[in-house]
Design a protein around this ligand. Structure first.
Ligand SMILES: COc1cc(/C=C/C(=O)SCCNC(=O)CCNC(=O)[C@H](O)C(C)(C)COP(=O)(O)OP(=O)(O)OC[C@H]2O[C@@H](n3cnc4c(N)ncnc43)[C@H](O)[C@@H]2OP(=O)(O)O)ccc1O
Ligand SMILES: O=C(O)CCC(=O)C(=O)O
Ligand SMILES: [Fe+2]
Length: 395
């Protein structure tokens, strides 16, 4: 990596080493995007490369047993790698609560956020980070995120997860207030007010766990349908561990950006999960690679919908029948964006490769068997780099 200029070094120190995150930098009132965040032109998402009339499929899953629903899911997984589901049964209030929890966490003062900064956190299961792998990135990503490991064993560390006051409206004696509008108006006062934190210490970890728990049956159903499409009759305990042994829930925060066209919220990448369930807010900004050259499709926010994407692991297990498609995020000029992905990952020591059911008719495997923690470490050893992680498993 080429040496950085002194100003970029200073910003890197503030954002990464001191743990202020990009949120801290935006709070200083910057009016332009610093060099450290400016992408070379060839890496930017240009308006000409966006396909304005295309969209990923939207599937109504109110009846999971309907063969047409199953077919739509498997078709979308093979053709698009991305789709949205509606009528999935996860209550709207659970979705809204976890998004609000993300806004609340990132609205905390530096001292409170910094308690969970990687290296400071009281538990390995919760870490606050910025960008992706800052030490390997010449240009950083415009995002901070609080990451929760959510396997059943990880949930034992629940008491160490961050407390934050939950219902500002109650504290202020107004239960009808819209939290987000309220937050914008009151942001400064709230940040300076330790009184409020002391007033009502409930826990926002509740929202993360509730979201994870309410979504579990949707994840299970999706995996059953997708594996049935690969001729797998039943998901036994061992397969369950390989498919969904160590989920990770992230609260992603993309603060408003003076010029989002110059920088990346998240660079083009594919997820390494089996699948990812993503809840986004209504600001938009997620783009999925289309089949045509360098074209991208915007994922339109739909209230109450969950965005589902196939990850590398399921592409590998299906021997390329299902596709793990590249996607990227662009921040917003005036609004802070949040999203909440659940990365449905194999257990760390699970070994995965193309499924025997897929290869039974003599098809050649395109991938070797890999241990998930090795794949994960490889993914986190370099910047987001399109679909390069899959080379780790390719024969
Ligand atoms: C974009 O697409 C994505 C993204 C992601 C993930 C996004 C994130 O934001 S994660 C960022 C925050 N977390 C981390 O950076 C740490 C992640 N590291 C790990 O999960 C693990 O360290 C590992 C890479 C999987 C390797 O684990 P291992 O080799 O077993 O060794 P240790 O790290 O020393 O583990 C100690 C101990 O804990 C157990 N353990 C580790 N990880 C997990 C886990 N994820 N779930 C449950 N348990 C875990 C480990 O087994 C050890 O236990 P022992 O009993 O053996 O001591 C994701 C997906 C995308 O698509
Ligand atoms: O924030 C989003 O919409 C997507 C984030 C994402 O792709 C990721 O974290 O892997
Ligand atoms: Fe992703």
């Amino acid at each position: 990596m080429a040496p950085r200029n002194p100003n970029s070094e200073k910003i890197l120190d503030f954002v990464v080493n001191k743990g202020n995150g990009i949120k801290g930098l935006v709070d200083t009132g910057i009016e332009t995007v610093p060099d450290l965040y400016i992408l070379p032109i060839e890496e930017r998402l240009l308006p000409n490369n966006i396909l304005p009339y295309d969209s990923i499929p939207v599937i109504d899953v109110s009846n999971w047993d309907d063969p047409k629903v199953k077919e739509s899911i498997c078709d979308a997984a093979g053709k698009w790698g991305f789709f949205q589901i509606i009528n999935h049964g996860v209550p709207l209030h659970v979705l809204d609560a976890v998004k609000e929890a993300a806004y609340r966490f990132f609205g905390l003062p530096y001292e409170e956020r910094n308690k969970y900064w990687a290296g400071n956190s009281p538990t390995d299961t919760v870490t606050l980070k910025t960008s992706f792998v800052p030490q390997a990135e010449a240009v950083l990503e415009w995002k901070d995120y609080l990451s929760f490991r959510c396997s059943p064993r990880d949930l034992e560390s629940f008491p160490l997860w961050p407390p934050v006051c939950r219902r500002f409206a109650d504290v202020m004696g107004d239960t009808t207030v819209d939290y987000r509008k309220y937050r914008l108006k009151k942001n400064l006062e709230l940040q300076n007010s330790t009184h409020i934190y002391n007033c009502l210490m409930t826990v926002y970890r509740d929202e993360v766990v509730e979201y994870m728990e309410s979504t579990k049956s949707v994840i299970r159903k999706l995996l059953e349908v997708l594996l049935e499409g690969l001729k797998v009759k039943q998901i036994d305990k061992a397969r369950e561990y390989t498919l969904m042994g160590s989920p990770i829930v992230n609260l992603m925060y993309y603060p408003h950006c003076p010029n989002p066209d110059f920088t990346a919220g998240v660079r083009p990448h594919s997820d390494i999960s089996t699948l990812t369930v993503l809840l986004q807010d209504d600001n938009g900004g997620l783009y999925v690679r289309a089949t045509e050259n360098d074209s991208w499709i915007h994922v339109l926010p739909i209230n109450g919908a969950l965005v589902i994407n196939i990850g590398d692991i399921l592409q590998i297990m299906s021997n390329d029948r299902y596709k793990s498609i590249e996607h990227r995020v662009v921040a917003n000029r005036s609004k802070d964006r949040v999203s909440v992905p659940i990365f449905v990952n194999p257990g760390p020591d699970a070994v995965f490769g193309p499924l025997p059911e897929v290869l039974e008719s003599g098809e050649q495997p395109l991938y070797k068997e890999v241990v998930f923690s090795d794949y994960f470490k490889y993914f986190f050893s370099k910047k987001h780099d399109g679909k390069k992680s899959m080379d780790f498993a390719r024969i």
